[in-house]
Design a protein around this ligand. Structure first.
Ligand code: FDA
Length: 310
């Protein structure tokens, strides 16, 4: 409950324009702890640096205020450019996209623009042997995202496209069961949006318990799981579970956000687990940065101290 109040307070303050102007003007140096760079080259450098430490990457082009169909197409084109650049530098591309950024919910020529652009992106990723994960957004988008995921798996195969389930939503266990026939590659997260209590569990203990159940159910079903959390107690429990149930180390991976728990990322990689960092990059870093601050009071202190230092 306190977690929820803190998160709400930070996100409300972050939405105030004067705060946004101040942080945009003075905060880039601080944001670089969580955002790999403003350009493709910066992002690909981060991929190479992490690779030298045995850590895989998942690239995420940040975007805000992408509203018109032309802006959605432009955003999709920027993701296609990223795939080309990664391939040209010998990197097998693994990217995440938000379907809203590429036009989900907008119809063009009788077709959903988000699905149309996602096809272009997943098609190109497949051409390069890569992978696209459809991030999960707030709850009104879940039905459409899962339906479009099903369509894309049908067209491109589950080796090239995956999606995300959020343990804080009451519906999620049923959603996981309903996807089983696709043998899907799923990223399990707790959930990052401010959701009403009618759809999402308000208590962290319930969200954590649901998280474990989802990971174990997906492993028991024999499908690939991306255990995306920084929660050490969950990570320890997953390690025990895989040992006890003979789940092979190539049937799952741990995923964490760039710049968060770098120590733990390295340690898990050294222990022989597959670890992937989610690397956001791009000029629109402000909203992403605010969400990371909202997750943890320690991060707000880090920003305040940095801003006071000038
Ligand atoms: P929790 O919040 O319980 O934190 C556990 C511990 O981790 C904390 O005590 C702290 O030590 C550390 N920690 C967590 N956040 C931190 C931070 N910002 N800074 C420093 N330490 C921190 N959400 C969503 O709704 N849709 C999505 O598609 C995705 N995608 C996604 C990909 C990946 C790779 C990750 C890791 C996360 C997401 N998320 C997401 C975000 C997710 O829903 C959630 O908000 C964050 O991961 C924080 O929750 P934790 O699981 O880390 O646990």
């Amino acid at each position: 409950m306190i977690d929820q109040l803190y998160r709400k307070a930070v996100l409300t303050v972050a939405e105030r324009k004067p705060i946004e102007h101040l942080i945009r003007a003075r905060g880039w140096g601080l944001a670089q702890r969580f955002v790999a760079g403003e350009t493709i080259d910066g992002a690909l450098k981060a991929v190479k640096d992490l690779s030298a430490e045995g850590i895989l990457s998942n690239l995420d082009l940040l975007g805000e205020f992408i509203e018109s169909p032309a802006q959605c197409d432009e955003f999709a084109q920027n993701v296609l450019n990223l795939l080309d650049a990664a391939h040209a530098q010998g990197i097998t591309p693994y990217v995440s996209i938000k379907l809203s950024s590429v036009g989900q919910g907008k119809t063009e020529g009788g077709e959903d623009l988000g699905l149309k652009n996602a096809r272009r992106i997943v098609g190109k990723a497949r051409q390069y042997g890569g992978f696209v994960c459809l991030d999960m957004e707030d709850h009104p988008r879940v039905d459409q995202t899962l339906a479009q995921f099903r369509t894309l798996v049908g067209e491109f195969g589950a080796q090239h496209v995956g999606t995300v389930l959020q343990s804080y939503l009451y519906r999620t266990e049923a959603d996981r069961n309903a996807l089983d026939d696709l043998q899907p590659n799923l990223r399990i997260v707790k959930g990052a949006y401010l959701e009403p209590e009618s759809v999402a569990m308000p208590d962290k203990a319930d969200v954590d318990a649901a998280y474990r159940r989802l990971v174990y159910a997906h492993m028991n079903a024999g499908h690939y799981v991306n255990v995306a959390t920084h929660d050490e107690s969950i990570i320890a429990d997953v390690k025990h579970f895989v040992l006890a149930h003979g789940v092979s180390k190539d049937a799952f991976e741990f995923q964490m956000l760039y710049g968060i728990r770098r120590d733990l990322q390295k340690q898990l990689a050294q222990e022989g687990y597959r670890v992937r960092a989610y690397i956001p990059y791009g000029r629109d870093w402000y909203a992403y940065f605010s969400r990371r601050i909202a997750e943890r009071p320690g991060n707000a202190m880090f920003v305040l101290k940095g801003m006071l230092k000038g």
